[in-house]
Design a protein around this ligand. Sequence first.
Ligand SMILES: [Zn+2]
Length: 176
Amino acid sequence: MENSTVIEIPAHWVKAGQGLPNVCAKHGEPAVAHLKTRFASKASKGAYAIGGAALAAATQKRVTAPAWPYCARCLPLRRAAQISRFAMFGAAVAFFGGYALMRATDNDAFLVVSLIGLVATMVTLLVNSILAKRITAGTIVSPDGHLVLVQDAHPAFDVAGNALILEARRQAGQAV
Ligand SMILES: [Zn+2]
């Protein structure tokens, strides 16, 4: 990750769907779609230690981008991620449902269903996290929620983003 470019974008730009480069953050190719995308800050390890996953999630800062740029290469990945989330949900249902039925009926066949569901849940979780990183270029929210950090930005996204920041500064300078 050392040679990747971290780009900071003001969170209010992202929320407004303005000031974003018209290229994809990951591949640097022209955006063909602008889609609603949610970003979150890293879960606090302290909160996790005290209150577990629920508290850690509650303390995360979130930013919803109404129009995040995606290129043609991103779109199939996004679709795969959606399918993978559905699969994860189904696998979790099989895991818990199979376990509950095994307890209720003493039928070992349901244990097999539950175990398959467990393995499938873990596999889809892994696939989800890999796809999420690929699609959003490791984009997270800063701990204070004021910035959106593109951690693994394509150079073309960097160039386009810097041009927009310079333009915004120039206009702000002219306004004074
Ligand atoms: Zn892309």
